[in-house]
Unconditional design. Sequence first.
Length: 248
Amino acid sequence: MQQFNDKQKLQEVSYKTPYHWFSDDALSQNGRLYFGYLNFCVSIAKKLGTISILDAGCGDGRFLGQMTGLGNGYFLFGADYSQRAIGFARLLVPQAQFSVSNLSKLQYEPSSFDAVFLIETLEHIEPSNISVILKEVSRVLKKDGALIITVPSFLQGIPLPGSKHYQHFTAKSLTETVSDYFCADGIFGQDRAGFHILKLLYKFIDNKFIDIKPLRKFYNKHIWTRYFNICDKEKGRRLIAIFKKKNT
């Protein structure tokens, strides 16, 4: 029987359903945040021109589902410790190949992938295990391969007891965390924090007293994506980073 640690148990409970597939990027605040970094990762893959992609910690496969929109020129793979999540992923993204796999021992040959994505994954890993996982990611990446990471930033605060997260990151601490195997090639902020006059507009069009759906949809798709989705790495409540594999 598979053994989970406490934080993995919390995540496993979430997979009673493939909940990532229920987000609406047009109408919900959580949806715009989720698709804000998910679609940015898709755009990174497109710009890199990558062919073979591994989503390590893929969950129910939502990111690879987005990747299928780029057409048939990509070979898509996903790995996750959760058999339940992988079951959903196989059902919902039949174009990809999935494996139930601990990230510290991936079931792939060396130099298998042009790019590996760790999307909202690193914060769920016990800090003492991160180096082992990064070494394994480096092993399955091709020479000059890219590692793309998204993580909550320190602007989301320190994870509370009972959280699914072990830690949050700054651009500096994330770079230092991966530095044994990877070097930074670009770090962005996502979900700009702090006051902005346009944020008051959203409070007006989406609150318990009034809900103007057409304006909310316009705001989420056009205003938020333009002014708040991608920002300076010091201002984002999330970090999106591109790292290159060190060739030793």
